[in-house]
Design a protein around this ligand. Sequence first.
Ligand code: URA
Length: 319
Amino acid sequence: MSDTSFDYSLDERQRTMLEAMGIKLWLPDHEAAPSLAPTPTADPQAAVETVQKPVTAENLEPKQPLAGIESAQRAIKNIVFAEQILEPTPTALALSPRPAGIEQMDWPALQSAVSGCQACGLCQSRKNTVFGVGQAPADSAHAPQVDWLIVGEAPGENEDAQGEPFVGQAGKLLDNMLAAMRVGENGKGLSRSQGVYIANVLKCRPPANRNPSPEEVAMCEPYLARQIELLRPKIILAMGKFAISTLTGSNDPVGKLRGRVHTLKHASLQLPVIVTYHPAYLLRNLPDKAKAWADLLLAMQTYRELSNPNEQASLHTDR
Ligand code: URA
């Protein structure tokens, strides 16, 4: 892969933003300020983690310092394609049946099906359903036309109150992460109103922010599946273990799954999925923000390959 094909330069605002995220910048030698010099990693597989422990916020500890850009480049050279096929899963007892025909619904019908859904017990405690947020659609009958789909876990208290995903502290971090991703038009960063759609695996808040149950995930999954079909994003960023297991089919820890490109096969689509830590986890585990930044670099590189076949060719011939 040619090193010159990827512009890693960051402007003042983005550097400030990344620093606000707590992300240290390890830049190529000519760019790096002395205090931000990379900590070399001896292990060429550093970006492809192999943590075997079950994934919990507590046991996802930093393993070793990670030189973000170098590590993402190594990860790209070690791309492994894993496949997940979204298939209907067994459902839990419904309070009232989930609406039929989700897989044929258009965007407005899907929105209305979610807002009226009473298919699991979460409908009893929710204030609002949280369908998703993103760039405005060209018209109200269609899904927004976005390249990026970000998938989180489930609404929390603020999201439940406002009916919009990622509006709390984790949402602020997500917005900063998106802004640092300069793959928008004219090299602009992404934002929740530009180039992106943000959705969760669950559309209703689990009480007291407990983990989603497997039955709740199974019950809600067809909504996300249809969102993906209608949005037809070019790339998906799965944040946290519930989004990751739903979209990759693997319950392995995030640390083991990150650093490579997964493939989601769904309906006629075949989409690259990049996995990373959940923003709420990153707020509690600051050292892992560097790994998340490496994941975003991998996502940006993958996206650029999709948009520029020449770059892809050079990536694959240089292996
Ligand atoms: N965490 C999520 O996964 N989704 C939200 O919408 C908010 C917090």
